[in-house]
Design a protein. Structure first.
Length: 256
């Protein structure tokens, strides 16, 4: 646990002193809402039939805000792998592995740091969404569950990025793979659009996407209320996804 705390502390210190990255975390949620949210909100407002597919949201802005929460969890997890690759290139990663810190403490400390940073970003997104009319009908209790689901999906994706960062030779290779995987993962989910807008094969794929299971209960908590079966299934799938990713990253970082 001391090893995990030391890695966590180092990652948070790096984050806090990187002013550009802090600024991005502060501005990114608002940029998504101002540009993507407002544009789609005006477009869908001209088509009254669209409201039928928004799963209880009063407009597209309220539909999209929960998706941006999950999208932020995905993007903040990507930085986890980038940090590991920087450590590899600087030689710090080799020094860390040769220290008394257990190998499994390295990825778990980095994942916890990514989760803490994601919590900060999620809270900023919630505060930014309210002036745009996003209701958050379940209040503080619902917000706590939203933070739980966002953290679970962030931990799972962070674990995958750490495995990927350990497998590729350079930062450029890592970014190429991430860019190749991120867009299909996002658009093969209900983060941006409901399944009714998708072709049948893509709607089927979204049913197997853990991001869809994460965003569904968050969307209900924001716009409708406590829909327990969606809440349980979302937490169950997100937890299972994180647990499988934990097992994979633990095996990847074990001693040879």
């Amino acid at each position: 646990m001391i090893g995990i705390y030391c890695v966590l502390w180092r990652e948070m210190r790096k984050f806090w002193y990187d002013k550009v990255r802090v600024l991005v975390v502060l501005l990114q949620p608002a940029l998504w809402l101002v540009f993507m949210g407002n544009t789609m909100n005006r477009a869908t407002a001209k088509i009254p039939q669209v409201a039928y597919f928004l799963q209880g949201a009063k407009d597209y802005m309220s539909y999209m805000a929960p998706g941006i929460i999950v999208l932020g969890s995905l993007f903040s997890a990507v930085y986890c792998g980038v940090g590991l690759l920087h450590d590899r290139e600087s030689g710090f990663f080799d020094k860390l592995l040769s220290s008394p810190v257990p190998r499994w403490a390295v990825p778990f400390g980095k994942m916890l740091a990514a989760a803490v940073q994601n919590l900060i970003q999620t809270l900023i997104l919630v505060a930014t969404s309210i002036p745009f009319g996003v209701p958050f009908v379940t209040g503080i209790k619902g917000l706590l569950v939203i933070l739980l689901v966002a953290t679970l999906i962030n931990l799972g994706v962070s674990a995958i990025t750490l495995v990927l960062a350990l497998s590729v030779p350079t930062l450029e290779s890592y970014l190429a793979v991430i860019c190749c995987l991120a867009l299909p993962l996002i658009f093969a989910s209900t983060i941006m659009f409901p399944t009714a807008f998708m072709p049948d094969w893509l709607a089927t794929a979204s049913g197997w996407n853990p991001l869809s299971y994460a965003v569904a209960p968050i969307r209900r908590l924001v716009n409708v209320g406590w829909i327990w079966h969606e809440l349980y299934s979302g937490i169950y799938v997100s937890t299972a996804f994180a647990a499988i990713a934990f097992a994979v990253v633990g095996l990847s970082y074990r001693k040879p």
